[in-house]
Design a protein around this ligand. Structure first.
Ligand SMILES: *Cc1c(COP(=O)(O)O)cnc(C)c1O
Length: 422
């Protein structure tokens, strides 16, 4: 048996062979950014140049890609979440159901709207919001439900859509991990009332920092636009040199706009999203079949109704017996050393997360009742806790590799499994 790299043995992966890089860009992206630079218009609030803004071109392409009418690009995913809440009428002391296992933005954006994030447990199968737990958490004050599609799996959208309709509350889909995935052939983000995306650097479609909200609902889109641009919306037919933004002022907005340079990058990256997703899916399927054979190791699956996967990360669950008293951190460290690639744990549950501190929110009105309502410790999240103890995740750039890369991943797991005394 060969010695583990973490103990000074020879790693499976040679340091000389790099993993695929992320973010990536093409010559076409470079040309698009240069054209944006030369155009003289770097913001939607800049003067009209005689051609459509790159924000508008991206919004039209992203809406068409999803088969919906409206897309509002934003400065990042968190701002898309915030304007989604506000556009749907979420306000002071309303409750919003949020999964306990996700990035903090899902809960913090609710607090920014002065509403109450109700943290709800996950389905251990997909790691996404559990419909049964949502049913239990509904109350007369529930004003929205946020489903987050996590790592590579979508939440059960049939059941969540039905629950939301029965309860008469809107459903928000956070698609920050799964741009382009499909549920019964409908794209992720089109089943909820609003679909929210992040295009931050690590995501599967990126311009460094960026985001978008999509919807079929014209009333919601009109509010989303104004919430993102100080109460203004694109849509005037201006003369060259005039502002294209029209002052509507129907809601109180702030400036959460995407720059034209970022929009240029997104226009190009959308053209390769489906191809890159197919490559990730093919590699993930290969890892599923090879790694799924190891005792006590199970790739996190998607539900049968998810007809296309998209991977922010490749997640696996390890049977605690297999860990033999060690933490999943130790396992992640062993695998990282074999692969020269960071193998990570999944999100820390939000009822015990160092960054989720709603009581420390600035500019929020705290009644005594509100202070109690937002206390994260009041929520029990046993399946989130278990996932945190048992799951690991590998960033999607690994899934952009070739056959030899995947063989190295499989070899690293085999080596660590063989060396681990049960
Ligand atoms: C990244 C992310 C966000 C926030 O997006 P930013 O662009 O970083 O603001 C929200 N939700 C999830 C699930 C994310 O992964």
């Amino acid at each position: 048996m060969s010695q583990l790299a973490i103990h000074g043995g020879r790693p499976v992966r040679s340091v000389e062979r790099p993993w695929p890089a992320w973010p990536r860009y093409t010559d076409a992206a470079q040309r698009e950014v240069e054209a944006a630079l030369r155009s003289g218009r770097w913001a939607i609030s800049g003067p009209f140049t005689g051609e459509p803004s790159r924000n508008q071109r991206f919004a039209d392409a992203f809406a068409a890609f999803h088969g919906v009418e409206h897309c509002v690009p934003t400065s990042n995913g968190s701002s898309a979440l915030l304007i989604a809440m506000e556009a749907l009428g979420v306000g002071a002391e309303d409750e919003v159901i949020v999964p306990g296992l996700t990035w903090v933005a899902n809960a913090s954006s609710v607090v920014r709207a002065n509403a109450v994030p109700v943290l709800v447990d996950i389905d251990p199968e997909t790691l996404c919001l559990s419909p049964d737990a949502v049913r239990e958490a509904l109350s007369p004050r529930t004003r929205a439900i946020t489903a987050v599609h996590l790592y590579g799996s979508m939440a059960d959208m049939d059941t969540l859509r039905a629950i939301a309709d029965e309860a008469g509350v809107p459903l928000v889909e956070d698609c920050a991990h799964v741009h382009g995935a499909r549920w019964r052939d409908a794209r992720a983000g089109t089943i909820g009332d609003v679909g929210v995306f992040s295009m931050q650097q690590t995501k599967i479609m990126t311009c460094g920092e960026g985001g978008a909200a999509i919807t079929r609902r014209a009333d919601v889109a009109r509010r989303l636009e104004q919430l993102r641009a100080d109460g203004r919306a694109l849509g005037r037919a201006p003369r060259r040199g005039e502002l294209e933004l029209e002052e509507l002022g129907e809601v109180l907005g702030v400036n959460l706009s995407l720059s034209e340079l970022q929009a240029a990058l997104l226009i190009e990256s959308l053209t390769r999203l489906d191809d890159e997703n197919r490559l990730r899916e093919r590699n993930a399927r290969r890892l599923d079949s090879e790694l799924g054979r190891l005792p006590g190791l199970r790739p996190v699956p998607s539900l049968p109704a998810q007809t296309q996967r998209a991977f922010y990360a490749y997640a696996l669950r390890v049977d605690p017996e297999r860990l033999a008293g060690r933490s999943v951190d130790d396992l992640a460290a062993r695998l990282s050393a074999e692969l020269h690639f960071p193998v990570e744990r999944v999100y820390r549950p939000l009822n015990d997360h160092p960054l989720y501190r709603p009581e420390a929110a600035a500019a929020t009105s705290f009644s005594p009742g509100y202070r109690r309502a937002i206390d994260p410790k009041r929520f029990a999240l046993p399946e989130c806790d278990r996932a945190y103890r048992e799951c690991i995740a590998l960033h999607h750039r690994l899934l952009l590799g070739d056959e030899r890369d995947m063989a190295d991943v499989v070899d690293a797991f085999h080596k660590v499994w063989a060396s681990d005394a049960p």
